[in-house]
Design a protein around this ligand. Sequence first.
Ligand code: NOJ
Ligand code: MG
Length: 584
Amino acid sequence: MTQNTTAAAQLHPADPADAPWWRDAVIYQIYPRSWADSDGDGIGDLPGITARLPYLRDLGVDAIWLSPFYVSPMHDAGYDVADYRNIDPIFGSLDDADALIAGAHDLGLKVIVDLVPNHSSSAHEWFQAALAAEPGSAERGRYIFREGKGENGEEPPNNWPSVFGGNGWTRVTEADGTPGQWYLHIFDTTQPDYDWTNPEVGDEFASILEFWCERGVDGFRVDVAHGLVKEEGLPDWDGPLQMLDNSDAALPSGEDEPIRVHEAGPGAKPPMWDQEGVHEIYRRWRSLLDKQPSPERILCAEAWVKPESQLARYVRSDEMHQAFNFDFLDTHWNAERFRNVITTSFEENDAVGAPTTWVLSNHDVVRHASRLGLDQSLPRPNGIAADQAQPNAELGLRRARAATMLMLGLPGSAYIYQGEELGLPESTDMPDEFRQDPTFHRTEGKEIGRDGCRVPIPWVRDAPSLGFGPSDRTWLPQPESYGAYAVDQQAGVAGSTLELYRSMLAARREAGLGLGSAAWHELSGGDVIAFVNASADDSRRTLVLVNLGAEPLVLPAGTVVTHQSEDLTTEGHVPTDVAVWARI
Ligand code: NOJ
Ligand code: MG
């Protein structure tokens, strides 16, 4: 066993036992259209969610985050909002939202909603008014309209791409029928970016936050939190202009994930990402939320910003509470890389007094049960198509269970994406005609996109739509294999992924792991990740250990294993790609 120089080093101090709820909360992400359908139209909805909330209480999470349920033409699955103060009829009504929030609170679950402040839908009344108004008008001033370049303004104002592929600008036709100005859309054409230098935009979002606080929500996940403010003058960008394609090219540096078109990385800063001005917005929102009655309402940043020191600036004490740790999500199956990302995450977040917000899956990335079964020398693909290299399902699930045991053993908050508690794999055999992700269409299929992680959840093996709803309709097809992962196949079955999650969440709560300290254990090093999570008074000490090595790891005599991601064939031996929690 190679000893690591970091052995026994303190990584992170404990939180007090009475720390605010969000510092150690486990938050379950519901993607409303794919979780539970109450009316049989094949699309999940709010009454469907409310009816199944007891499942989440029993799972043992603290809160839910709902992806957008607002009025929307659904060109980006609801991340194109046409009315921020109402519910889209496919999901239900405001009364249904009130019932959901009340129902969750009755079960002791907090509710976080999605806030989409970088862009609206092109169907939003503000954008419709902007189209109808003249260049230079107040209506156009809420968005980013510019004259085009070239003799007749026929070229876009700058070279910015759309994250979903193609150009980031679209030209409008003016009232007199002539080709006119261009508007910026960092995402789809139907998602025009707001101009956050316009105070009217800031005031509108302050009012939207208040609207949802009054309805009782406990927080907001902030979409594209690194994108609201653009560099003055909108200069051309000389960095990558395309999403990473699904090629089999090895990682450019042979190690790390490449910086993608939606990210700010170390070095040159893209003019559309991570501009200093965003922080002023979050300080305003924080003070607005701090004025609300307790318990504390929170902000969680979806900010694709590297390095972690830069991301930590979003969670300074007067800004957001949490920021997704995408470096952790992007870590390949390699013990040293995990140790490094864990160390840096604690260093940077502790420096600003914030908890670390761990995450392994969400509705934008290949599910980790499949991702970890792919060739780990390649970058994370944007979806997996049938004719591409297929993940090793068994290996992926084995690693995913170990990775989750690592995540839930770490102090801080953690987000779980619906279906991961079932070990659900990515759908990799979806026929193209079903695909809805704008990325697929805007790149003419070069990027497969995110539909494969958004398939409706299997609840009951022998039921129409696998129990997703009362009919056999599902807005995306469920793969053959999903029946075996259904909730009813796993509930009460010892060793199932669902029971593993339930027991981990119960133990995490009971032992206060989310508020614990962390220190590297002497077994950490080489292919082994091992740390001790201890309560503030040191009365409870949990060893969290993952063996990524080819040989079984022998635990010190007397170690009492309480949880394991797979059966230990020989007592006291931790096989390859297995995690344990033990009392020490
Ligand atoms: C991030 C969201 O998670 C993603 O689903 C969406 O497409 C983009 N932001 C644009 O809103
Ligand atoms: Mg429905």
